[in-house]
Write a protein that binds this ligand. Sequence first.
Ligand SMILES: [Fe+2]
Length: 243
Amino acid sequence: MRVSDERFETVVDADQPGVDPPYDHHDYVGTRLRAPREPLVILPPTLSEVTGPAFGESALAPSDADLTRQHDGEPHGQRIVVEGRVIGDDGRPLRGQLVEIWQANAAGRYRHAVDTHDAPLDPNFSGAGRCLTDQDGRYRFVTVKPGIYPWGNHPNAWRPAHIHFSLFGRAFTERLVTQMYFPDDPLFPFDPIFNAVRDELARARLVSTFDMSLTEPDWALGFRFDIVLGGRQATPLEEPHDG
Ligand SMILES: [Fe+2]
């Protein structure tokens, strides 16, 4: 770990010391250029930000949460169910929260202009989904397992399979972002983004668990990923990045 403790302490979320990754993580090359060089200034939210327009339930369609049904045909890949709860540090469910995900297709390619990875796009997969949490704070997505992709951070750099998550909060200024990984990925020891979370137990909370109870017979495997905001069991959160 080459980020000094002094610098680390200036950039972590004060509510989750040692859990969130630092903005500047030397092994994650992109952070060297974009990490803040001065202490962060907290801007209190204004009334217009927390009362202004936000996504509402009426704007969501059922297919938004099923990434395998957003086109005429089905995407290639291993079909999976990803389910979990969004809960506060006191265990209370966070209801009606907009959960958004984005991911590479089964071949490890994003449908995005800057993704030039030599892997095929899938005409039946956009790689983006969203839903609202229910009364128990629960969300559920159907998708395909994302492929592993190279990302040029260093020679022979490959990202472990992952799904990006965003929690919108009450306004865009409250948006939180993290990543979900899959169990037993052999690339964990080599990934600077995963290892930017210094605490081993905190890193483990970024890894989903295979859950047979979520698995649908003859149809899809199931993975569980709970997101805890704050407290000792907090899920590490990050700034949006290019990995
Ligand atoms: Fe990614």
